[in-house]
Design a protein around this ligand. Structure first.
Ligand SMILES: Cc1ncc(COP(=O)(O)O)c(C=O)c1O
Length: 343
């Protein structure tokens, strides 16, 4: 049994991926070409926004958006989760506010700072779950913050339409993935500035401002184009597997259509749970072992202390769409053994 199974995913899409790859090879157009244009148009439709701009990865997508704000703009992000969000932000500002998460493991709106204005708030739809966007949008409006939804792990959950911007990752393990790097900036706003920024800051051969090189290549775009029509079917399978697990254990509370990028449980005695999983040859991972603020340091001296509520309790179990029925049965059996340790 594998924790993720990218080989089976390749087999599933193989014929179409190979055909598209040949088309790209024969086209002689390898960057910023028709595959990316098609992806931008179709992806925007699938997500439900007017505009989409493909970039090299989701970290760049966040950095690029944050960079249009003044240096050291206040940015509010969750303290628990994947560290690229913080890395992307920390390149432009040291004024980061780390916020605890609620029982959905997404940003807890009750913890948002009252005295921060005119900044950016980045709700991260972690593990495929949805943040409490109603509360976050109200807070953002009351305090004049721009909202960037981080949908790197939640493509297909319905996230990505409510903020001013949303960003997506096509990293190979994500719900909609390439076979390398790729990312997308989405918005109902005009995104022309990011088309220039991803290409050195260039507009028709003239440098308008200092940009970067963050072009998504045609091979990666062609792979995502193939998967775009079917990724929701795979999300549905992930959801149905998670629902089976949830008949036995609580797992993390979901909000809306959680697409289970990871199936995460909180447990009290993680070493004991790991022992049970190892004895039964069930792969597992720890998402995430450390608070982000302990890894991405900022110069903010008054950074509020955040409680360590979940990092020592989380454990992720296999929940990918290519698990065999026998694998799922085995995991269900073992979940009964783990259940008494659930937090
Ligand atoms: C929540 C979150 N945000 C941002 C990123 C960054 O994505 P990328 O690897 O495409 O830069 C990731 C990737 O792991 C992520 O999980």
């Amino acid at each position: 049994m594998k924790f993720v199974d990218l080989n089976s995913e390749y087999e599933f899409f193989k014929t179409d991926i190979e055909n598209n790859r040949k088309d790209v090879l024969n086209s002689g157009w390898y960057l910023l070409g028709p595959q990316l244009e098609k992806l931008e148009t179709d992806f925007a439709k699938v997500i439900g926004v007017n505009n989409a701009v493909g970039v090299k990865n989701c970290t760049d997508a966040i950095t690029m958006i944050v960079s249009i704000f003044p240096k050291d703009v206040p940015v509010i992000i969750p303290n628990f989760g994947a560290y690229p969000t913080a890395i992307a932000v920390a390149r432009h500002t040291s004024n980061i506010y780390y916020i605890n998460v609620d029982n959905t493991l997404t940003m807890d709106p009750r913890e948002l700072p009252k005295d921060v204005k005119n900044g950016i708030i980045i709700p991260v739809h972690l593990f495929g779950n949805n943040c409490d966007m109603d509360a976050i949008l109200k807070y953002a409006k009351d305090n004049s913050h721009t909202v960037i939804e981080d949908c790197a792990q939640s493509t297909g959950s319905g996230s990505g339409t409510k903020g001013d911007y949303s960003v997506f990752s096509f990293y190979p393990t994500k719900p909609l993935s390439s076979m390398g790097d790729g990312g997308m900036i989405c918005s109902n706003k005009d995104l022309e500035i990011f088309k220039k920024m991803r290409f050195y800051g260039q507009n028709n051969g003239t440098i308008e401002f200092v940009g970067i090189n963050s072009r998504m290549d045609e091979f990666q775009a062609s792979i995502v184009n193939v998967k775009l029509n079917k990724f929701q079917e795979l999300n549905d399978i992930r959801i149905s597997i998670a629902n089976r697990y949830k008949k036995i254990v609580k797992g993390v509370k979901e909000r809306g259509r959680c697409v289970y990028h990871q199936f995460v449980m909180l447990v009290n005695d993680r070493n004991k749970v790991i022992e049970i999983l190892q004895n039964n040859k069930i792969p597992y991972m720890i998402h995430y072992p450390k608070h982000i603020s302990t890894m991405v340091h900022t110069s903010r001296l008054d950074s509020p202390e955040v409680e360590n509520i979940v990092n020592d309790k989380v454990i992720s179990l296999p929940c990918h769409p290519f698990l065999l029925e026998s694998d799922i049965n085995k995991i269900e059996e073992v979940l009964w053994e783990i259940k008494p340790f659930e937090y």
